[in-house]
Design a protein around this ligand. Structure first.
Ligand code: HEC
Length: 463
């Protein structure tokens, strides 16, 4: 009896897979995976909050869900299985099938809408909730309609008279279409700017990102009297406009159990030959203390093809993050559900493949030899990590890097942050600050390439 019922049920399922209904099967999936962005005022170009929204674009939605371009999520499942990400928004195979079965059915049954998750409604201005403080650029920045723009560096005093613990932050450009990235550095009272890419940012906006919310046990420290240095990179897109980026900060009520730090593991020596379809680069560092890695955020430009982060234990590499298809437009942060414990002296590394061939549809110029540089037409390879120090000890600075020194040109390029051909005061961080006057032979407040070469040659002789 029981057996025959079971067989009967199996037969029904095999012969007539019921079409899922919108209200109870489809809407919950869309609510979980899509409407964070696809809603009124969201970052996506249209809403998917209703059944009609979906049916109006059924073919397009089926295509992007089928080929995996939506929802945006690029970590491969293998690495996810080993180390799950708490912000993983990818669709399971079962959810994909449900969505596609409904879209491709003729009847597209709606079901009882009172059982569907309520629409989220219009997106709030700040995704992190109402900030305690909003700081904005001292003035609007004029964005040219075309050409390239050097980095814009603007300093905003916080005026904080006490150290602040930041539980959440969000960087909000007003001219989002023209912003390549915004990095915000905390500059301690009295100090010049830090070396931009190397030392980790306080907050950042990149396409597809721009905000962080830590759990109740964690926060970032903003020392009293700090200035926020905004490094803004605009990519003109045909339309002149003005940007006035803001940052919103949410304070923690009390000092957290763990202080969150950010560091960039970077390979400034990269050198990519013209027309090379799979150029490999990699760099590793040694953990200066026991670390607990909370997240990774890979950064490359448009020739970036794939990215992998790993740790090496007893000579064996274990993948921590695997991005098989890197997409410059979606520089996401991958946040571990359980932070990764890394013992002091462990090797942590990143490796990446760049596609500098004509087959890469977003390659600006396959005939160019590509080095480290600030413009989208140059390249970078950085793995930013957020981490904490469970047992104290030094934070990751550039001293922890096992950099490969290849040539002067890329060393110089890494220090010339605004890529204008000279290292100015404030660029290049602490290392440059200490040596600036010695290297600036003609005392015009600029270290030219010739002055840099002469200084380095002399220093090498001295050592
Ligand atoms: C993190 C934000 C985000 C999420 C989550 C997201 N989208 Fe999108 N979606 C976008 C943005 C931004 C665009 C426009 C830019 C682009 O095409 O990359 C877009 C574009 C699209 C397009 C148009 C593609 C084209 O070729 O023009 C479709 C269809 C789409 N999304 C469907 C979905 C579906 C279905 C989901 C959920 C399963 C989803 N999206 C989840 C942000 C998101």
């Amino acid at each position: 009896m029981t057996l025959s019922i079971a067989i009967a049920i199996l037969c029904i399922q095999a012969t007539a897979d019921p079409v899922p209904t919108y209200a109870t099967a489809v809407a919950p999936i869309v609510a979980q995976a899509c409407t964070e962005c696809h809603r009124g005022g969201g970052i996506a170009p249209f809403s998917l909050e209703s059944a009609a929204d979906l049916t109006n674009r059924a073919a397009m939605v089926a295509r992007v869900v089928g080929d995996g371009t939506m929802p945006p999520w690029f970590a491969t499942a293998d690495a996810v299985a080993a180390h799950r990400f708490r912000n993983d928004r990818s669709l399971s195979d079962a959810d994909k099938s449900t969505l596609l079965a409904w879209l491709q059915s003729e009847s597209r049954p709606i079901g009882d809408l009172s059982k569907a998750p309520p629409p989220r409604g219009a997106a709030p201005e700040w995704r992190v909730g109402k900030p305690d403080v909003v700081l904005e650029l001292p003035h609007g920045v004029e964005i040219k309609p075309d050409g390239t723009m050097p980095y814009v560096n603007l300093r905003v005093p916080t005026g904080f008279t006490q150290d602040k613990w930041i539980r959440a932050w969000e960087v909000l450009p007003t001219a989002r279409a023209q912003v390549h990235h915004v990095l915000v550095f905390a500059v301690p009272e009295g100090a010049k700017g830090p070396m931009a890419e190397a030392h980790g940012f306080f907050a950042a906006y990149v396409p597809g990102g721009g905000f962080r919310q830590y759990d109740a046990t964690r926060a970032k420290k903003l020392p009293k009297g700090s200035d926020l240095l905004f490094q803004l990179h605009y990519t003109p897109n045909g339309k002149a406009t003005i940007d006035r980026t803001r940052i919103g900060l949410v304070f923690a009520d009390a000092p957290p159990e763990h202080e969150v730090h950010t560091a960039g593991i970077f390979d400034s020596q990269l050198d990519i030959a013209p027309n090379d379809a799979s150029h490999r680069e990699g760099i590793a560092m040694t953990a200066p203390a026991d670390l607990r890695i909370l997240s990774w955020m890979p950064h490359m430009h448009t020739r970036g093809k794939s990215f992998r982060a790993y740790r090496e234990v007893d000579g064996v590499r274990e993948t921590l993050l695997d991005i098989a298809h890197y997409d410059f437009n979606w520089q996401l942060s991958y946040d571990y559900a359980t932070p990764i414990e890394v013992k002091r002296a462990t090797t942590i590394g990143i490796e990446a493949v760049f596609d500098n061939s004509a087959a890469n549809p977003v390659n600006p110029d396959p005939s160019k030899r590509v080095r480290w540089g600030q413009q989208t037409t140059d390249e970078m390879l950085i793995g930013y990590i957020e981490y904490e120090l469970p047992n104290g000890g030094p934070t990751i600075g550039s001293g922890g890097m096992r950099a490969r020194i290849r040539d002067r040109a890329s060393q110089f390029a890494a220090l010339d942050e605004n890529a204008n051909g000279a290292i100015e005061r404030g660029e290049g961080g602490e290392v440059v600050r200490r040596a600036f006057d010695a290297a600036d032979a003609d005392h015009d407040d600029k270290i030219t390439r010739a002055e840099f070469d002469a200084f380095m040659a002399q220093r090498n002789r001295a050592n």
